[in-house]
Ligand binder design. Sequence first.
Ligand code: PHE
Length: 287
Amino acid sequence: QVGQKANEVRSAVRQKIDDRRAELEAQEIQKLLNDPHFDATLPALETRAGSLHPVTLITEHIEDVFRAMGFYLLDYPEVETEENNFEGLNIPATHPARDMQDTFWLNDGNLLRTHTSPGQVRAMAEYKPPFRAIFPGRVFRYESTDASHEHTFHQVEGLMIEKEISVANLIASMKTLISEVLERDVTIRLRPGYFPFVEPGFELDIQCQVCHGNGCSVCKKSGWLELLPCGLVHPNVLRFGGLDPEVWSGWAFGLGLSRLVMMKYQIEDIRHLMAGDIRFISQFRKG
Ligand code: PHE
């Protein structure tokens, strides 16, 4: 009986509360309707869901592709030693190839990494062969900017260390990478390219996806875009990493992520990527 009573009391109290709430709400609405400044026809306030930066979207996609192929995903510092950025990659102080990469030097003798390749030196010191790894990240060059050059941009470096790696392995892997990432068939061409830390070295170009080969500001009217420098790891780099080049071999690539983003989304000016304009970066949603 007591329980029954308690239930009755509870529903009576609940009813009172509900009635009173409805009354107050009605009053509030009436008040708004009487307010000459209130416009019930205005759209409701938008709730803003965040979105990911296009570089982040593509980076995550590439990470998925490579993780599925058994690659480690590594993260290395943006401030590097001169040794990791240059010497360890077969670019001694007096080497003319230093001029290929304009550098931001810090007062302590370190520098902002000019490419993600110093990760090769770090990875070889850190892991026992055989191994395969990618390391994406921001890189910096002391450059004047235009539609296709930025002082800060993104690369993904890839490194595979195995026995008996050949150029055929390299080309097959690069083809998989590009078709997986761009999710379409793309015309590519391979040219010899010089980088002190690979031998032989190549420049892999893709047909410009902005103008489809007709020539535009992004591809400097050539119809082609240098996207993927790559090659077989130079014996000196293996040696510097403590590996015997008679036993171990490898390939490496340095993918220009910012350019890839521009190709994928047909962005005509690289400076949009770092400008931080919300109208630009909110256009790229996941999915
Ligand atoms: N690190 C080179 C650059 O930024 C690219 C590269 C990476 C070339 C790996 C060959 C192999 O210019």
